[in-house]
Design a protein around this ligand. Structure first.
Ligand SMILES: [Zn+2]
Length: 400
């Protein structure tokens, strides 16, 4: 197995509560795994023979993980963006064929090759910033066939690029027009059968829903979660984004991996999340795009020890964002996260939001998914806007 020793590096291992810095550090990898990390002066004799690769004093972190994306979709919403800025109302945009249903229509019309070709540039933008693991959701099909096609395309991304993909079934995302006023029927006739079919095909790593006045209520989401539980699949939920609906408490009661957005979550929700080990996934791109005003309860999350992750929420409507570094900056600027919280949010806590315990930190036994940055201080990663200091991306021990 290929062994390498990254030497003369500043390590942010993410051990403990902060960066877990090691000033003059080294990382030894063997094949896909990290076998040793620590101060270079303490390198064990067993690893002394491995040729050292000089990192020039650069910062080495776990590679970023984007734990909440809708990366696969058809069409775009640029025209709608323009219309809105020209003063069109939501109703006018909907009448002109805009909104989420326009993405549903375009996604249904796109074949697998088209969806893949459209998703790859977005994936490449994330890879350029060092991302090695990302989550991709379905949810723009809202019918069995298209939900499955989206998830197949998501899986194929890992054949096309050196990246790890986690797939999430999100059929309970929006109610299509033919089920208007019959959301329960949509859950029973489409969401649950498509979840079973996607699971049978091995396409589902987790199950998600959108709990909101404009989407589904807690009882409808609970029926989807009950099916997920019966299939042995973990759950997560878009919750408390625009109003307080009780989705976070529901998610916590199912031991959800994460509750995402959570702007309207309460202190009681934070306590419930802490007890269930549910990660709060903070999505500043959507907050920014929608000009939201309600800040997520960051102080309550801190006080109760709720792990916070940060993600792009890459999607064509509310967050057309494909920069994990900008998500970090926005998390700090809009939500007052510290730069250390922002880095933890795209590494150790993002891994946890995906139910992964083999990445997101620099420690023996974990995957050698690393990012080498041309920065002196780790806070620089969240500080700059529109600047990419990535020097090298390492995926499973291989520089790529
Ligand atoms: Zn989302």
């Amino acid at each position: 197995m290929t062994q390498q020793c990254l030497a003369n590096a500043k390590l942010a291992t993410l051990a403990g509560d902060g960066y877990g810095l090691v000033a003059a550090g080294a990382v030894v990898t063997e094949g896909e795994r990290i076998v040793w990390a620590g101060p270079e002066s303490a390198l064990p004799p067993a690893h002394a023979h491995i040729p050292r690769r000089d990192m020039g004093g650069r910062l080495v972190t776990p590679a970023p993980i984007d734990c909440h994306t809708h990366l696969v979709f058809g069409g775009d919403r640029a025209r709608e963006f323009a219309l809105r800025l020209e003063g069109a109302s939501y109703e006018e945009i909907a009448r002109a064929g805009g909104g989420i249903l326009s993405t549903v229509k375009a996604t249904r019309e796109a074949d697998e090759a088209t969806l893949l070709a459209r998703a790859l540039p977005r994936l490449d933008a994330l890879i350029t910033e060092g991302v090695t693991t990302l989550e991709v959701k379905s949810g723009y099909g809202l019918d069995l066939e298209t939900e499955l096609r989206m998830l197949r395309v998501a899986r194929r991304l890992a054949d096309e690029r050196k990246v790890r993909i986690r797939t999430t079934h999100l059929c309970a995302h929006a109610c299509p027009p033919q089920y208007a006023g019959r959301k329960d029927a949509f859950i029973d006739e489409i969401c649950i059968p498509s979840l079973r079919a996607a699971h049978a095909e091995g396409l589902v790593d987790a199950v998600d829903g959108f709990c909101e006045g404009i989407a589904f209520d807690t009882e409808q989401i609970a029926r989807v979660f009950d099916t997920a539980r019966a299939l042995g699949l973990p759950v997560k939920l878009h919750a408390e984004q625009l109003t307080h609906q009780g989705g976070t408490a529901l998610a916590a009661s199912y031991g959800a991996l994460s509750a995402d957005h959570v702007e309207y979550a309460t202190e009681a929700d934070a306590r419930a999340m802490a007890e269930s080990g549910t990660v709060a996934v903070i999505l500043p791109g959507a907050f920014y795009t929608l000009h939201e005003k309600q800040l997520p309860p960051i102080a309550a999350f801190r006080e109760h020890g709720v792990p916070m992750a940060l993600s792009t929420d890459c999607n064509p409507g509310s967050s057309p964002l494909t920069s994990i570094l900008l998500a970090m900056n926005m998390g700090c600027t809009l939500f007052r996260l510290t730069p250390a919280e922002a880095l933890r949010g795209v590494t150790v806590n993002a891994a946890r939001a995906l139910g992964l315990d083999d990445c997101g930190r620099i420690a023996p036994g974990l995957r050698a998914d690393l990012a080498v940055w041309d920065v002196d201080d780790p806070a620089e990663l969240a500080w700059r806007i529109g600047f990419n200091p990535l020097h090298e991306r390492i995926f499973g021990g291989v520089s790529c």
